[in-house]
Design a protein around this ligand. Structure first.
Ligand SMILES: Nc1ncnc2c1ncn2[C@@H]1O[C@H](COP(=O)(O)OP(=O)(O)OP(=O)(O)O)[C@@H](O)[C@H]1O
Ligand SMILES: O=P(O)(O)O[C@H]1[C@H](OP(=O)(O)O)[C@@H](OP(=O)(O)O)[C@@H](O)[C@@H](O)[C@@H]1OP(=O)(O)O
Ligand SMILES: [Mg+2]
Ligand SMILES: [Mg+2]
Length: 339
C-alpha cells in the first residue's frame, strides 16, 4: 500500500486584528496544497492540551503566554516556536530595538558608498529630566517623541513631532526623543521572512524646512502614518497617487545585508524595519523602527512567500528529527553490539 505523504500542522495564536489581516483564505489554501494545515490556537484552552503542532506561529505577549509556550515545548521538544519570546522582547523597547542596528557587523565592499545607522536619540524617563534642558541640549529640533514602550498598543504608536523646546512640556515620559531627519516624504519598509527580504516604498511625513520650522510652534501629534488601509498599498494606483514612482529605491544588496544582519543579531525570522534616506546626504540610510510580525499581507505575493517559509521550517525540522532518530538508532545498535 502506498504511504500517505506526511502533513504538517502549524498552530497560530494572533490577536483578532492580525488574524483577520493575515490568515486569509488564499494563504490557508496555498499552505494546504503544500501539505501544511494552519490551525487556530484557542487561547481560552491551555496550549498544552492542543495540537500536536510542528510549529507555533504567534504574536501574543504576557507571562502566562510565555509559560504556556515553555510548557508546550517541554512536552513537545521538536516544535518550532516562531519566534522565541525572549528575542521578540527587545523590540518592545525603542532603545533596545535600535541597539540591534549598532550591533551589526557588516563588511561593506569598496564599490558601496551607502552607509547606515540610526538617528540621534535620547531616552527621558521622568518629567523632571524633561524639564532640565541639559538632558536634551545636544538634540537638534525638530524631534519626534515616541513612547519608549512599543508593545503594539494604540498608545505605543502615538507620536509627536516637536518643533521647539516649548513643545516638550506637553509630552508624557517615558519617551524617546529622536531627531527628525528630512527624507523626502518616502519611507522604505523592509519585510523579512526568514531568508527572504522585500523592500517597498510608503508615504511618510513631509520634510520640515528651516523656514517652516521658525514659523511653527509647539508640537503636532500623529499615529501610524504609513499604515493606510491595507488594500491600498499593494495597488499600483497608490504609488501613482503618492508620487512614489519617482523615488529611487536603495540598492537591494545593501538592504539585504542589513536585513540578514538584523536577523542574526536579533535571532528573529519574522519582522520588518523602516528605513529613511537622509536627503542632505543622499547615501546615508537610517533605521527608525523595527516591528515583530508586521502586516505581511501588504507584501506582494505574501501567500507564496509565507508558504515557502513555512515549508522550509517544518521540512527542515522533520529532516533534523529523522537524522537524530537514525543517529540514536545507530548508537543503540552499537551499544547493543558492545553488550
Ligand atoms: N527620525 C525620524 N525622522 C523622520 N521621520 C520619522 C522619524 N521617526 C519616525 N518618522 C516618521 O514617523 C512614522 C512613525 O514612526 P515609527 O515608525 O517609529 O512609529 P511606529 O508607530 O512604531 O510605526 P509602525 O506602524 O511601523 O510600527 C514613520 O513611519 C515615519 O514616517
Ligand atoms: O496593521 P498591520 O497588520 O498592517 O501591521 C502593523 C502591525 O499591526 P498588527 O500586528 O496589529 O497587525 C504593527 O504591529 P504592532 O506594533 O501594533 O504590534 C506594526 O508592526 C506595523 O508596522 C504593521 O504595519 P506595517 O509596518 O507592516 O505597515
Ligand atoms: Mg514604523
Ligand atoms: Mg513600530
Amino acid at each position: 500500500m502506498a504511504e500517505h505523504p506526511r502533513r504538517f500542522s502549524i498552530g497560530y495564536a494572533l490577536a483578532p486584528k492580525k488574524q483577520k489581516s493575515f490568515i486569509r483564505e488564499s494563504l490557508i489554501n496555498l499552505s494546504r496544497d503544500r501539505l501544511i494545515d494552519l490551525i487556530k490556537i484557542d487561547t481560552d484552552i491551555p496550549l498544552i492540551d492542543q495540537g500536536p503542532f510542528d510549529c507555533i506561529l504567534h504574536k501574543l505577549y504576557g507571562d502566562d503566554w510565555k509559560k504556556q509556550l515553555v510548557d508546550y515545548k517541554a512536552k513537545n521538544p521538536n516544535v518550532v516556536v516562531l519566534d522565541a519570546p525572549e528575542s521578540i522582547e527587545r523590540l518592545h523597547n525603542r532603545i533596545s530595538m535600535l541597539q540591534a542596528v549598532s550591533e551589526l557587523k557588516i563588511v561593506q565592499n569598496d564599490r558601496e558608498t551607502e552607509t547606515f545607522g540610526i538617528p540621534k536619540q535620547i531616552v527621558i524617563y521622568d518629567a523632571e529630566t524633561l524639564r532640565d534642558h541639559r538632558s536634551w541640549d545636544g538634540l537638534k529640533f525638530p524631534v519626534i517623541a515616541k513612547p519608549l514602550v512599543a508593545d503594539g498598543s494604540a498608545k505605543s504608536h502615538k507620536m509627536s513631532l516637536v518643533y521647539n523646546h516649548g513643545g516638550l512640556s506637553n509630552l508624557k515620559p517615558p519617551i524617546v526623543l529622536q531627531e527628525f531627519v528630512n527624507h523626502g516624504g518616502v519611507i522604505f519598509k523592509v519585510y523579512v521572512v526568514g531568508e527572504y527580504v522585500k523592500c517597498v516604498k510608503r508615504k511618510s511625513l513631509p520634510d520640515v524646512s528651516e523656514e517652516k520650522l521658525e514659523s511653527l510652534g509647539g508640537l503636532v501629534t500623529f499615529s501610524q502614518v504609513s499604515n493606510l488601509a491595507s488594500n491600498e498599498k499593494t495597488d499600483e494606483k497608490y504609488y501613482k497617487k503618492m508620487h512614489l514612482d519617482d523615488c529611487e529605491m536603495p540598492p537591494q544588496e545593501f538592504i539585504t545585508d542589513i536585513a540578514r544582519g538584523l536577523r542574526d543579531v536579533m535571532k528573529l525570522n519574522l519582522f520588518n524595519f523602516d528605513v529613511i534616506r537622509d536627503t542632505r546626504l543622499g547615501n546615508r540610510y537610517l533605521v527608525i523602527d523595527i516591528n515583530y510580525f508586521p502586516g505581511y499581507a501588504k507584501m506582494p505575493s505574501y501567500e507564496s512567500v509565507m508558504t515557502d517559509f513555512f515549508w522550509n521550517v517544518v521540512a527542515k525540522n522533520e529532516r533534523r528529527e529523522v537524522a537524530e532518530n537514525e543517529e540514536s538508532g545507530e548508537r543503540k545498535l552499537v551499544d547493543n553490539i558492545g553488550c
